[in-house]
Design a protein around this ligand. Structure first.
Ligand SMILES: NC(=O)c1ccc[n+]([C@@H]2O[C@H](COP(=O)([O-])OP(=O)(O)OC[C@H]3O[C@@H](n4cnc5c(N)ncnc54)[C@H](OP(=O)(O)O)[C@@H]3O)[C@@H](O)[C@H]2O)c1
Length: 373
């Protein structure tokens, strides 16, 4: 409700920033826990933030440099009504199997992902319990990777074969056991981290019955406009991989573009629009939504359709050869989710994959300054 104070983590990232904008647009006061002043400056300078220009009484920042430190969030809890905890380390090195890039020297995949996510979740719950006597609800950003077998994301084709063509429909109450180390890649460790941190948070709430409740939002692969991006650090890059394109586009994205790679990549056909995911987090703060439940956010996507959709919306970019044939061939592995609660409880209709392609490719073309379409 307007005027209530939300403590937001991850607000300097792709999804968290979009949640922040939604919170401000809906009249909440927000205290963002960030890791650095540099990232705070980026948030203030982003286009939607400049347009909103919130007063210092509506938007505040606090530095929490290490969310795994005991009591890290204690001071940030003062007068907080709600918490949205979106911070988590994301895999930056999807391609390599030893997966060490982006990790601190000597850091294991288990520490970088599983320990960080679990300690982050437990730390925020503990601080809210000890110091947040006004906190009524915590909304945590979980993921579909937390509740599906990890091999769907590490080796989608093999996972689909394992399920033997049966149509299994998973939902917000599905739970899986935490994948055991050793982890084969950052993605594998990330899946384990999201499963373990969901389990840790739910166990904590059951055991301690705190005065606040918990809602978990479980998005699939999030696509959308990324106002904070500087290039290759965003999930939008995945979308670009679906599109054959030229290397020289002025965005600094030429590192992966357009080698005539004809390999075939199979991936789970799940996607969701970033602004929808943000809306669900903020909608979940409303008192008419009961606590201690989870929501899966997903729309089925067929990666094979991406080029056709992009061509429909941006024909000039293909005619001018900005996008051209080549690149890996993508195939879609189905992973079905029951998302009925998003409509029935949150009252939301999720955007189609067509809308995601339009938004992400449109942003790409703006960044490339292509002058087409
Ligand atoms: N992107 C997706 O497709 C997707 C899908 C499902 C779920 N999710 C979940 O959505 C949330 C946000 O992801 P995103 O896509 O927005 O990623 P992102 O752009 O990488 O943002 C991650 C945010 O978490 C912060 N963070 C990362 N590691 C941290 C640590 N060790 N301690 C404290 N803060 C840390 C980052 O801070 P800095 O800015 O300082 O680095 C940033 O604010 C995560 O919980 C992720 O698991 C994402």
């Amino acid at each position: 409700m307007a005027g209530e104070l939300v403590l937001l983590t991850g607000g300097t990232g792709f999804l968290g920033y979009t949640i922040l904008i939604d919170l401000l647009q809906h009249g909440y006061n927000v205290r963002v826990a960030a890791r650095s002043h540099e990232k705070i400056a980026k948030v203030w300078a982003a286009p939607s933030m400049v347009a909103l220009d919130p007063p210092a009484t509506q938007l505040m920042f606090v530095i929490v440099s290490d969310m795994t430190a005991p009591g890290a969030y204690d001071e940030a809890m003062q007068n907080v009504d709600f918490i949205i905890h979106a911070a988590a380390p994301l895999p930056v090195d999807l391609a390599s199997t030893n997966g060490k890039s982006g990790l601190q020297q000597g850091q294991s995949l288990e520490d970088a992902f599983v320990t960080a996510c679990v300690q982050g979740n437990l730390g925020i719950l503990q601080s809210a319990r000890d110091k947040g006597n006004t906190v009524r609800r915590i909304v945590m950003t979980s993921s579909t990777v937390a509740i599906a077998p990890a091999d769907f994301f590490a080796d989608a084709a093999a996972a689909a074969q394992r399920e033997g063509g049966k149509e299994v429909i998973r939902g917000p109450d599905t739970r899986v056991s935490v994948p055991e180390p050793p982890y084969k890649s950052q993605l594998h460790a990330y899946c384990a981290a999201k499963t373990a941190s969901l389990e840790a948070a739910e166990t904590y709430v059951k055991k301690h019955a705190p005065r606040f409740d918990l809602i978990s939002i479980m998005p699939s692969l999030v696509f959308g406009r990324d106002e904070l991006t500087t290039g290759t650090d965003s999930t939008r890059m995945l979308m670009y991989r679906l599109l054959p394109q030229t290397a020289s586009n002025g965005t600094g994205d030429g590192d992966f573009a357009s080698s005539p790679d004809q390999s075939e990549i199979a991936a789970v056909g799940n996607a969701v629009l970033c602004t929808d995911v943000a809306r669900a987090h903020v909608r979940a703060l409303d008192p008419d939504v009961k606590g201690n439940q989870s929501f899966v956010l997903n729309t089925d996507a067929r990666w094979e359709d991406t080029v056709h959709i992009a061509k429909t919306h941006f024909p000039g970019s293909f005619e001018s050869n900005l996008f051209r044939p080549g690149g890996p061939k993508w195939s879609t592995v189905p992973l079905k989710w029951d998302t009925a609660k998003v409509r029935d409880v949150l009252g939301m209709e999720l955007a189609t994959y067509d809308a995601m392609v339009k938004e992400v490719v449109g942003e790409y073309l703006e960044m490339a300054g292509s002058g087409h379409d």
